[in-house]
Design a protein. Sequence first.
Length: 175
Amino acid sequence: MAARDAKSHQITEALHGARQIKFSAIEKRWEDLIFAVREKELGAIWNSFLWAIASLLIWNGMPVILGAVALGTYTIIYHTMSAAVAFTALAIFSSLEWVLSVVPALVTELIDARISIRRIQDHLESPERVHSILPGDSVVLENVSVTWPSNEEKKDAFVLRDVSLHFPNERLRYV
């Protein structure tokens, strides 16, 4: 979940700043950053799948292991085992199979619930978002040249030269 959150944060930040990223020509840097976070996420997903496989093997193998250990222990302690004892024990173990199979699922659900509660608690305890935008008197551009961005240098490209603009608060005017 943490790796997925980190990747989502990077992608969201890139999407919000896509114009600035393109304008600054730093696409490669952002691509490398997002792919690095994605690699961490894939590693976490791989570990999660390995744990899921181990859990599934334990879940499916537990009734057999329990029966073998219990009957083996009985045989070691009493040095003998009758058919009546073996079949009765196997019948009891088969009725316990469902109860024992619920334990790994219950543990997984408890871990998921604990993580979710912690994330909700962290969110609720986080400080309120502080806006860092400070209003100014105006935005001024003096003697700028404006053209459409291009990868090629064109001699006959349309360019607005020596443009001065003044944008006061709540009004626009051309100087």
